[in-house]
Design a protein around this ligand. Structure first.
Ligand code: HEC
Ligand code: HEC
Ligand code: HEC
Ligand code: HEC
Ligand code: HEC
Ligand code: HEC
Length: 618
């Protein structure tokens, strides 16, 4: 070092002189560039000063320069050496740690097929797996899977960066039953009581928050998990779940209400649509008793307490990590697409994307993924933005309890709203809960954006969810085109969505927003009417019961309530207020009014009949 530094300084000094530059002019430029290095720059300033005071003496300057600037260069060179030595060391370390995939392929032939088939062929296993040395010594020692978005973000910066963006276009925990929201009270609580969603049902927030919002919502775990920093949490950046929450009752795993007016209604199936951190610990459909650490029957509070669930919506939910090909992993969607009835919207779509289902399980239980022949956001987003059943309930035919032993507790119909009564009541005979006032058997919808989008005008025009919600963007610095992974209302990127690709040419951004708001306003009006008539029907059934109408008549009216309820509640759970399919929304909501009115008529007729009979008896 002692010999190298002055030698290097002299060498560089001479090279600089050849270009009529000096250490000091270079250091002056460096100074401007590198303000943060305060101590270093103070030396550089001395250097510049020396240049002016001693410019009359070239020799002196040479000597002074050498002394002062050699010092600076020495520091610089030293730093450079240190950095390069360190990165060499890191590279060496990585080189040592890199595994030869062939050694892995010997036991992992399915992964071999995937890894060699796609663009990740050159990406080493160590990018996403840890503890491989131990695993190679003893294969029963399970290696680590890096489940964080950061593991992919190391190489895919734009997708990673946009994925974690946050929109504040509405507040956190914006309760749906507020007067101006999608399901205003008093109807919401009346029509849904006593369902857990009457405790808290908030509108959506950005993707990065999904697991956090799920765990702390008042209906999930009885209020036991709370944000560590109180209400400050709403402005925290998306991150790991346990960096944000605290368990207020670590002494127990009881899954029960801890705070007033909360419910403990979350269950292990719900997590399937929030995180895949436990992808290897969950058998196909969450089947219990097959040896997987988690199943449909697990205690959800205890699952959260393991701290294994940390990241909402992992990148590998939509991308196969080994093949870098589009895929789906949500078990109930794979079940729906492969069930023998072949009765889903996907089956009936002549242009459907082909899927290849692969059984990955190698821990003694089945785990399935499905590789898609091409990107298909309707299926990929449809892993969660879909109607599904994730609760225990009652068998519509036998009246017996349906528990988590039954696969119907993890089920996708993947049909549109007009087919759902038949699907739930006649085909799988599943009923969710009973209305607290009328006693009617009811159903709770979950966000069916995918099914609503099928057969819409936009779907027929070849536009899918990504075209409107996660469109292509250009990185302003590099000019590189990429898919924005920031899933948000198109209002935040009207130009890249509605006004792009030759769609709606001639529209301004205002025009696009005006058209969105118009469809929404019309549909919301229809929702309010459906709620009014459902409420009337509930009152009528109560009246009918009071008047002692026969059980048969009450049952008929209750079935009318169920029909009307499905045709209405679907749109409360759906998040576009009809925008995704205005025609279907109108058909469904007006039909809901018809079904309610028919139910009211059944009771009114029976009451009239009863009065007539009573009059005749007198
Ligand atoms: C001698 C056979 C063998 C070799 C070689 C081998 N594995 Fe495994 N691997 C297994 C077995 C068996 C399991 C299942 C372990 C279990 O469930 O207990 C497994 C499981 C895994 C898992 C899943 C971990 C989990 O959470 O279940 C990963 C990831 C993995 N191996 C990666 C690798 C990589 C990477 C290599 C190469 C560096 C490799 N394996 C080499 C036999 C092997
Ligand atoms: C880009 C990230 C990434 C790379 C690279 C990667 N893996 Fe994986 N691997 C994962 C993820 C994520 C999982 C969890 C299961 C899944 O997503 O399907 C996984 C799961 C596995 C499993 C368990 C599969 C099962 O269901 O039993 C094995 C075995 C495995 N990897 C082996 C390998 C081997 C061998 C390599 C290198 C040739 C490799 N992986 C490279 C991300 C990766
Ligand atoms: C070590 C770097 C590295 C890591 C880590 C990595 N990738 Fe990649 N990925 C690549 C490279 C290289 C390509 C090929 C790029 C190309 O052809 O343009 C690629 C391609 C892709 C593609 C595009 C495939 C296509 O058909 O165009 C997807 C999607 C992808 N990766 C997803 C992921 C996901 C998800 C993860 C994390 C589970 C991940 N990657 C982790 C390096 C990486
Ligand atoms: C793993 C399940 C899952 C997948 C897959 C998924 N989402 Fe979401 N999405 C959610 C959840 C859960 C929320 C609500 C999060 C919250 O409120 O914390 C959400 C919220 C949204 C929102 C509302 C954001 C806001 O600002 O309120 C949009 C838009 C959205 N998703 C679009 C998409 C699109 C488009 C895709 C496919 C590219 C997709 N999602 C894939 C689960 C998912
Ligand atoms: C909800 C599904 C979904 C999730 C989750 C997801 N992606 Fe994507 N990804 C897509 C879709 C859809 C495309 C668009 C492909 C197309 O249109 O060609 C895409 C494209 C890509 C591409 C190809 C290049 C490009 O920009 O079009 C890369 C790389 C990628 N994603 C990386 C990631 C990473 C990294 C993550 C996690 C931070 C991630 N993805 C999470 C659905 C998803
Ligand atoms: C033709 C464009 C378009 C397509 C295709 C589309 N959406 Fe939307 N989506 C919208 C508009 C417009 C809204 C209403 C946004 C608003 O009012 O701010 C919306 C609302 C949503 C919301 C609620 C967003 C919020 O901030 O409240 C979610 C979630 C969503 N869509 C998911 C999806 C999914 C999943 C798909 C694919 C199955 C899809 N969308 C297809 C345009 C589209």
């Amino acid at each position: 070092m002692i010999i190298i530094v002055p030698f290097l300084s002299m060498l560089i000094g001479n090279i600089l002189k050849m270009f009529n530059l000096s250490f000091c002019s270079v250091s002056g430029a460096l100074h401007k560039l590198y303000i943060p290095f305060r101590t270093l720059t103070s030396h550089l300033r001395i250097c510049r000063y020396s240049w002016t005071t001693h410019k009359h003496s070239l020799i002196l300057q040479e000597v002074y320069m050498f002394k002062k600037c050699a010092f600076i260069l020495g520091v610089l060179a030293g730093l450079m050496l240190l950095v390069s030595a360190q990165s060499a060391e890191a590279a060496q370390k990585a080189a040592v740690k890199k595994v030869d995939p062939k050694t892995c392929y010997e036991c992992h032939d399915v992964v071999q097929g995937l890894h060699q088939s796609g663009k990740h062929k050159g990406v080493n296993c160590i990018s996403c797996h840890g503890g491989l040395d131990e695993h190679l010594k003893d294969s029963s020692k399970r290696p680590e899977v890096f489940t964080s978005w950061d593991a992919c973000g190391a190489c895919h910066k734009e997708q990673h960066g946009s994925f974690l963006e946050v929109s504040k276009h509405r507040p956190a925990r914006d309760e749906k039953s507020q007067l101006t929201n999608r399901a205003p009270n008093p109807f919401w609580d009346k029509l849904m009581a006593p369902h857990g969603f009457t405790k808290e049902h908030a509108l959506t927030r950005s993707h990065g928050f999904m697991l956090l919002d799920q765990v702390i919502v008042d209906r999930a775990a009885g209020g036991r998990f709370q944000p560590k920093n109180g209400w400050m949490y709403v402005n925290e950046k998306p991150g790991k779940l346990w960096d944000s929450i605290v368990d207020t009752h670590p002494e127990s795993s009881d899954h029960k209400p801890f705070m007033r007016q909360t419910a403990a209604a979350v269950n292990p199936v719900c997590f399937q649509c929030k995180t895949q951190d436990h992808i290897l610990d969950w058998a196909y459909l969450g089947d219990p008793n097959v040896g997987a650490p988690f199943s449909r029957k697990s205690n959800p509070t205890a699952m959260i307490q393991t701290k294994k669930l940390q990241h909402g919506l992992n990148c590998y939910t939509c991308h196969d990590p080994h093949a870098a090909k589009p895929r789906i992993v949500r078990d109930a969607l794979i079940q729906a697409l492969t069930r023998p009835e072949a009765d889903t919207l996907w089956h009936k779509d002549p242009n459907r994307t082909k899927i290849e289902v692969i059984d990955m399980g190698m821990r003694g239980y089945t785990r399935k993924i499905a590789i898609l022949e091409k990107y298909d956001a309707t299926l990929q987003c449809g892993q969660c933005h879909v109607e599904y059943n994730c609760n225990p309930g009652t068998d519509a035919k036998t009246g017996e309890k349906v528990t988590f032993d039954d696969e119907r507790t993890n089920h996708f119909p993947f049909k549109d709203v007009l087919q759902l009564y038949d699907h739930y009541v006649n085909q799988i005979a599943f009923i969710d809960f009973k209305n607290a006032f009328s006693g009617a058997p009811l159903w709770k919808a979950q966000h069916p954006e995918a099914e609503t989008h099928y057969n819409s005008k936009h779907a027929k025009a070849g536009v899918s969810c990504d075209g409107c919600h996660t469109p292509k963007m250009i990185n302003k610095k590099t000019g590189k085109k990429y898919t924005s992974h920031f899933a948000v209302t198109p209002r935040e990127h009207i130009k890249e969505s509605c006004l792009s690709g030759g769609c709606h040419t001639g529209w301004t951004e205002k025009d696009a927003i005006y058209s969105i708001d118009s469809v929404k306003a019309y549909t919301k009006g229809k929702m309010r009417k459906a709620e009014f008539w459902l409420s009337q029907l509930i009152d009528k059934i109560v009246e009918g019961k009071d008047k002692g109408l026969s059980e048969d008549v009450i049952k008929q009216a209750q079935q009318q309530q169920l029909k009307a309820h499905i045709l209405w509640e679907y749109w409360v759970a759906e998040n576009s207020d009809g925008f995704h399919n205005p025609e279907l929304a109108r058909e469904s909501l007006t039909k809901s009014v018809d079904e309610s009115q028919l139910g009211i008529k059944i009771i009114n007729d029976a009451i009239a009949e009863m009065k007539k009979a009573q009059a005749a008896a007198k």
